[in-house]
Design a protein around this ligand. Structure first.
Ligand code: NAD
Length: 294
C-alpha cells in the first residue's frame, strides 16, 4: 500500500474506519451495503478516495485505471479488501468507446449488476488559447467530456437492461465529476473549462431524460482539492498562500471531502436529488474577490 492510499483512507473514513476494518460496521454506516459501483480514474486522487469511500459504505467497487497504472489501482483494491470490502481493478481508456463498453461488461460480469457510476477520470493540458494545439484541445475534451458521455451512456444502458434495483430506491445512480470551472472561467485552460461546462449540461440533460426510469444523475464540482492534477498550486508555501486567497473557507480541500459527498449522493438519503451539481469548494465559487466590497 502506498502512503497516498493510507492518507485517502484516513481522510475519507474518519470515525467509521475502525468499524470498517473489522468488517462489522453497523448498517447505519453502510448505506450502500450490497450495491455495485464503478469509479473511473480510481487509482489516484479524488477517484481513489471515492472508491475507498464507497467501499467503506458497503459497495463492491470496480476501480478503473488508465494505461499502466495497474500498480496504483491494485493498491486501492488491496486497501479495500484488507478492510473487508470487495473490489476489482478494470483497465480502460475512458475516451475509447470499445474499451468503455468492455469495461462495463467486465464489471457487470464480475459483480452481477451495477448500481453506481462515478465518472471521475479527467486530465489537464494547459495552454493559452492562442497557443493551444488541436491535440491539446481534443485530448481534454476526449477524456473529460466524451469519456464521461461514454460512461454515462453505458451506465444508463446497463441500468435499463437490468431492471429494478434490489437494494436502492433508484434503479441506478450516476455521479459526474465536474469542477468549479463549469462555472468559473479559467484563462489558460479553455479546453478544461469547456469540458467541465459541457458536463454541467450532460448532467442536467441526462437527468431530465432518465428520471422517469428512476435513474438519478448528479454532479460534484470540486474546488481546489489536494491531488496530483494541481500539485503546482499547493506544493510550495508561496503557491498555497496564493491559492488560499481564492478559498473563503481558508483551507485546501481533501479528496475525502469529495468522497463523502459522493457516498451521500449515491445513497437513498439523496433519493430525491437529481440533475443537481453540488459545489464542494470551500466557497471558491462565491466570488471571493468581492468580499471587501469588490
Ligand atoms: P488525478 O490526476 O489524481 O486523477 C485523474 C485520474 O483520471 C487519474 O487516475 C488518471 O489516471 C485518470 N485518467 C486520466 N485519463 C484517463 C483516461 N483516458 N481513461 C481512464 N482514466 C483516465 O486528479 P484528481 O484531482 O483526482 O482528478 C479527478 C477528477 O476531479 C478530474 O475529473 C478532475 O477534473 C476533477 N477535479 C479535480 C480538482 C482538484 O482540485 N484536484 C478540482 C476540480 C475537479
Amino acid at each position: 500500500m502506498t502512503d497516498s492510499v493510507e492518507t485517502a483512507r484516513t481522510a475519507e473514513t474518519g470515525e467509521a474506519a475502525e468499524t470498517d476494518r473489522t468488517g462489522s460496521a453497523p448498517a447505519a454506516h453502510r448505506p450502500l451495503a450490497g450495491q455495485k459501483a464503478l469509479v473511473t480514474g480510481g487509482s489516484s486522487g479524488i477517484g481513489q478516495a471515492v472508491a475507498i469511500g464507497l467501499a467503506a459504505a458497503g459497495a463492491a467497487v470496480a476501480v478503473n485505471y488508465h494505461g499502466d497504472e495497474d500498480d496504483a489501482a491494485g493498491a486501492v483494491v488491496e486497501t479495500i479488501r484488507r478492510d473487508g470490502g470487495e473490489a476489482i481493478a478494470v483497465q480502460a481508456d475512458v475516451s475509447d468507446e470499445a474499451a468503455v463498453v468492455a469495461m462495463f461488461a467486465e464489471t457487470t460480469s464480475a459483480f452481477g449488476r451495477l448500481d453506481i457510476l462515478v465518472a471521475n477520470a479527467g486530465i489537464q493540458r494547459d495552454a493559452a488559447i492562442a497557443n493551444m494545439t488541436l491535440e491539446e484541445w481534443q485530448a481534454v475534451i476526449g477524456t473529460n467530456l466524451t469519456g464521461q458521455f461514454l460512461c454515462v451512456r453505458e451506465a444508463i444502458r446497463c441500468y435499463l437492461a437490468q431492471g429494478v434495483a434490489p437494494l436502492s430506491r433508484a434503479r441506478g445512480k450516476i455521479i459526474c465529476m465536474s469542477s468549479v470551472h463549469e462555472l468559473i472561467p479559467w484563462a489558460g485552460h479553455v479546453n478544461y473549462a469547456a469540458s467541465k461546462g459541457g458536463i454541467a449540461q450532460l448532467v442536467k440533460t441526462a437527468a431530465q431524460e432518465v428520471a422517469a426510469q428512476q435513474i438519478r444523475v448528479n454532479g460534484i464540482a470540486p474546488g481546489a482539492i489536494k491531488t496530483g492534477i494541481n500539485e503546482q498550486a499547493w506544493s510550495s508555501p508561496e503557491a498555497l498562500d496564493k491559492l488560499l486567497k481564492l478559498i473563503p473557507y481558508g483551507r485546501i480541500g481533501e479528496p475525502g471531502d469529495i468522497a463523502r459527498t459522493a457516498v451521500w449522493l449515491a445513497s437513498d438519503d439523496a433519493d430525491y436529488v437529481t440533475g443537481t451539481t453540488i459545489f464542494v469548494d470551500g466557497g471558491m465559487s462565491l466570488y471571493p474577490a468581492f468580499r471587501d466590497n469588490g
